[in-house]
Design a binder for this molecule. Sequence first.
Ligand SMILES: NC(=O)c1ccc[n+]([C@@H]2O[C@H](COP(=O)([O-])OP(=O)(O)OC[C@H]3O[C@@H](n4cnc5c(N)ncnc54)[C@H](OP(=O)(O)O)[C@@H]3O)[C@@H](O)[C@H]2O)c1
Length: 333
Amino acid sequence: MIKLGIIGTNWITQQFIDATQSGTDTKLTSVYSRTMKKARTFADHNHAAEAFDDMEQFFSEGSFDTVYIASPNSLHFADAKKAILAEKNVIVEKPAFANQRQMAEITELLKQHPNVLLFEAARQIHTSNFKAIENQVAKMPVIQGAEFTYEKYSSRYDNVLAGEVPNVFSKKFAGGALQDLGVYTVYDAVTLFGMPEDVAYYPQLVATGADGKGTAILQYPEYNVILNFGKTSNSYMTSEIYGLKDTIEIDDAGEIGDVVYINDEGQRATIGNVDEINPMYPELKDFERVINNPDDPQNRLDYDRWYQLMVNVNKVLFNLRQDANIVFPGDEQ
Ligand SMILES: NC(=O)c1ccc[n+]([C@@H]2O[C@H](COP(=O)([O-])OP(=O)(O)OC[C@H]3O[C@@H](n4cnc5c(N)ncnc54)[C@H](OP(=O)(O)O)[C@@H]3O)[C@@H](O)[C@H]2O)c1
């Protein structure tokens, strides 16, 4: 049984806790919030015994062994460091860390705490629909690039238009479209095609100075992968991976609900359309499997692969930001 603590009490944390209630081996025990009222309300609603408004106390006295971190992006690093020092496993929301220096420091710290496991909650790569894409790509003799689109209007853009600076559109909190929905498209590309040789990012900035939407180009030796993502408009464009005459069509690069293979003759066959009971359920099951049995050779291989993907995605995100001159506080330290 995994005993879970949580940081952050927004809807995404509730969705993660809902996923634990679908026949999993994880139980929420401990809630941290900046206010005791919120911590207690969230804990009571989800039948957890412990509520904290002091993070030091949460880590020293909480009876959990694994923490799910869903604080604003810029706080993941400090929160994860505290967790590792307290010997707690970490599931950190995407994007795990804001820059390569933070990523490297976490990697070093984990070496000093070899029993601690750290996962980035990159939910879509754990789904069977994504695995259907991976399997199909592996079978295609020629790949000529891809275009991934994930663009959804954010209700918090209404706040930006009203002159406010919500965390997700704030550079201080390592926000912006690339760091939010863009991460999914970077994960798609890096998981399927590996590290690009070069990257370019063309952002459209909003009033807060953060990127509201943008287009990134990842250059591979033999093809380009184009990423479109944004939080200030809605896109209904499908995503595509190009073979020679064949194509994989994906309804949405972030949600991945329907995956269709279109063969050389233009015939369409659905290869993935599993409707998960909760979008976070597949990643939770994967993380549970590894936490419960970390020495199993397959689990170790999976863990190392996910960790390397996290490092690679962190690097691509950072390089894209550098290309577009998007600087977050702490980048230069
Ligand atoms: N996987 C997914 O599908 C998915 C979806 C949405 C978001 N996310 C990720 O989840 C994380 C949280 O996103 P969000 O949109 O929920 O962020 P958020 O609303 O800005 O903040 C999340 C939580 O952090 C705490 N918080 C807010 N402002 C803070 C501040 N200034 N200082 C310290 N704590 C603060 C709040 O909890 P308390 O008030 O209880 O302290 C809040 O509930 C991000 O990394 C995001 O990328 C993932």
